[in-house]
Design a protein around this ligand. Structure first.
Ligand code: FE2
Ligand code: FE2
Length: 253
């Protein structure tokens, strides 16, 4: 199957690409031998794909750094050039599936793995969940257990109450997405669960006495991306599809 044909299949299945999605690098006429699905195209993912002989990568996030939302730096930059030269060397194409994957399963799968139950609010990317009241510390330990994590970062006091939780999956907790954060606050949440937040968000929410449990951007989207990988393999039985995780990029001392 050629990439062009595969894109037709994706659009028929998931819907039309949004502006940030589609073939970010490569050639539509390339015949697909194998597919790697990942959260972000790092060197690790490229090396994995070379080993597996997968010549198409589907990435949830942008392959460029500075990313495409920094419009002035469009596709230029030291890291972008490095990644592109590796893809070129190994003749690997990259399709980005972002909004469509979020809508398909990424947002809801995260709540399922956390056992948050059905959302009491579900509007666009916004989700609010209600649970029996517990402390922030207890909630954070539950999150760690569900995700098999040694640590999560919390903002707020361990004793703060958690009853109404807003979801800021992925990068929605970053201040570049402050509009989404502002919107979730309108639903009277006492806590948010986030992929990643920056200090702007931490300080803003702390001033409102709203606790944050932060698990990691990739971790918050990975359950859904693995689900997407399984469903994609079901759809195209003749091409091998595998998922490649990135490691947590930092250590704490
Ligand atoms: Fe996402
Ligand atoms: Fe994301």
């Amino acid at each position: 199957m050629k990439i062009k044909e595969f894109i037709g299949l994706l659009n028929g299945w998931l819907g039309k690409f949004h502006q940030e999605e589609g073939l970010l690098y490569g050639d539509e006429k390339q015949i697909i031998k194998g597919i790697t699905v990942c959260w972000m195209v790092t060197k690790k993912v490229i090396e994995f794909s070379v080993k597996k002989r997968n010549n198409l990568i589907i990435s949830h996030e942008d392959i460029f750094f500075p990313p495409d939302y920094v419009f002035s730096a469009k596709r230029k930059g030291i890291v972008s050039s490095e990644r592109i030269s590796l893809l070129k060397k190994h003749k690997i194409s990259v399709i980005r599936i972002h909004y469509l994957a979020d809508r398909y399963c990424v947002l809801d799968d995260f709540a399922i793995v956390l056992s948050l139950g059905k959302p009491v609010v579900k509007r666009g990317p916004h989700r609010v969940y209600e649970i029996k009241e517990i402390t922030l510390q207890k909630f954070a330990s539950n999150v760690k257990r569900h995700l098999n994590l040694e640590k999560v970062r919390i903002t707020g006091s361990p004793g703060w109450k958690v009853k109404r939780i807003g979801g800021l999956w992925g990068g929605l907790g970053l201040s570049i997405n402050a509009v989404f954060i502002d919107e979730i606050l309108r639903y009277n949440v006492d806590t948010v669960i986030a992929g990643e937040v920056d200090e702007y968000t931490m300080r803003a929410l702390k001033d409102m006495n709203i606790g944050i449990v932060e698990v990691g951007h990739e971790i918050s989207e990975e359950t859904g991306l693995k689900h997407f990988t399984r469903d994609l393999q079901e759809k195209i039985k003749t091409i091998p599809v595998s998922y490649c995780s990135n490691d947590i990029p930092y250590t704490t001392f």
